[in-house]
Structure formats: C-alpha cells, structure tokens
Design a protein around this ligand. Structure first.
Ligand SMILES: [Zn+2]
Ligand SMILES: [Zn+2]
Length: 233
C-alpha cells in the first residue's frame, strides 16, 4: 500500500472493495509526512503488524507516531524488495522534510507514481521514464487556483515550486517522459476546489500524441478498481 490518509475503518472498507484484506498487505510505503498521506499509516500498521518504509526526513517528522511499528528507512535511488515487487524511491520538490515518490516493478511491468511535487525536475522525469502506467498528480487548474477563494498565502503555497502540480505542469512532465512502454495514465490528487476531472483529463490527453494510451482520472470518493497493466484493462 502506498500512503494512507484514512482511518482504520475507511481503509478496511476501501481495501475490501478491491478484494484485499489488511493481512494481504506486505508493507506500507510512505511518501511524506502530510496528513493526507500519513494520517492513517501508523494506526493501521500497528493494528495489523505491517512494516512501513519511509525516508529518514519523513521518519524524523513522524517520530512520535510510530511506536511499536517496524519502520525501515529508504532513500532516493535505492531499491527496496517487498515480496516480488521492487520499489524505488525518488526525491521530489515538495514542502516536506524529505519527500519521495515511488516506481514499482515486478520485473515485467513498471508503475510510476508522482503526487505532491511543485515543479518538474530532470530527476523525476528520468525516474518516471519507461513505465507501463503512470499515476500523475493533477492538483489544480492554474486559472481556477488564481480565481479561488483560498487566501493568497495558500494559493502561493499550492502553486509554488514546492507545492502541487497543475494540470499544465503534469502535462509537461507527461510530454517529456520516455513513453515507449506507456499504456495507462491516471490523473490523481485533484483538488475539489480548484480543478475538474474534465480539465485534468483534457490536459493529459493533449500531452499524448497517440490515442493508444488510456487516460483516466481518479476521484477521491470512488478511487478505481484493479487495472491489469499488461492489457490496460
Ligand atoms: Zn498530498
Ligand atoms: Zn504533501
């Protein structure tokens, strides 16, 4: 499991929806200490004795919360093996202590995840190259954010270099990554105030010069079911 911002009950409910029980989980990978990512991790990990992987900076930020949870430190570029999956953390620009995102592979298929980054970097573009599927943050539409009722300081934080990815920046990242194997792109981490699924979908679709890649958007309420990366279905 990658991050967990929900309480125990809601996490159990969402796992059950895709036919998974907590006992099936071999580990939880944490990206950074913001509540929407780590808020539920340690309670869940403690309850079900699931080991957790996180960067040293993230570990320092959550130290009070992880008593009696097996925590493993991970770092940029050093792969972790959990079961038959190899997971590689990579550093991203975001306003947390030591934020990372992950690329996962079973040796055949490769999934790249990127949320919570304020800008594109050569490092993240390289890390996400050659994936079969990408989950890409489409946090906000720049115009909607500029016109939103959020206070100026919050607008600046979200739109800043260590904030969140706009549809445009995500599209730029998608345009720049190696897409030779790419079959699926999923827009994620959409703001309910400052974005719409239609705008995110349009931006990602425009960045692709092919209709061979399936583009979809994850919504917070429903999420999505299993997707077979080999077939794209
Ligand atoms: Zn977040
Ligand atoms: Zn964050």
């Amino acid at each position: 499991m990658l991050d967990c911002g929900f309480g125990i009950r809601e996490t159990e409910r969402r796992l059950a929806k895709v036919g998974v029980t907590p006992g099936d989980l071999a580990g939880i990978l944490v990206t950074h200490e913001h509540k929407d990512h780590v808020g539920g991790v340690f309670k869940f990990a403690r309850r079900y004795r699931i080991p957790v992987w996180l960067s040293f900076g993230t570990y320092q930020a959550v130290q009070g919360e992880c008593d009696s949870v097996a925590c493993h430190i991970c770092r940029d570029g050093e792969s972790i093996r959990i079961g038959n999956l190899q997971l590689t953390p990579y550093t991203v620009p975001h306003d947390a202590r030591e934020p990372v995102q992950y690329v996962a592979t079973d040796g055949h298929m490769r999934l790249g995840v990127l949320t919570d980054a304020g800008q594109s970097t050569p490092h993240l573009v390289a890390a996400l190259g050659g994936c079969d599927a990408l989950v890409l943050e489409c946090n906000h539409d720049r115009q909607m954010l500029a016109n939103s009722t959020y206070p100026p300081s919050l607008r600046q934080r979200i739109g800043g270099a260590y904030g969140h990815l706009s549809n445009d920046t995500s599209a730029e990242i998608l345009a720049n990554v190696d897409k030779s194997r790419l079959k699926i792109v999923i827009g994620a981490h959409l703001s309910q105030q400052n974005n719409t699924p239609e705008l995110a979908l349009a931006a990602l679709t425009d960045a692709l010069d092919t209709s061979q890649v399936r583009v979809m958007v994850a919504c917070q309420e429903e999420g999505f079911g299993w997707i077979d990366l080999a077939t794209g279905e």
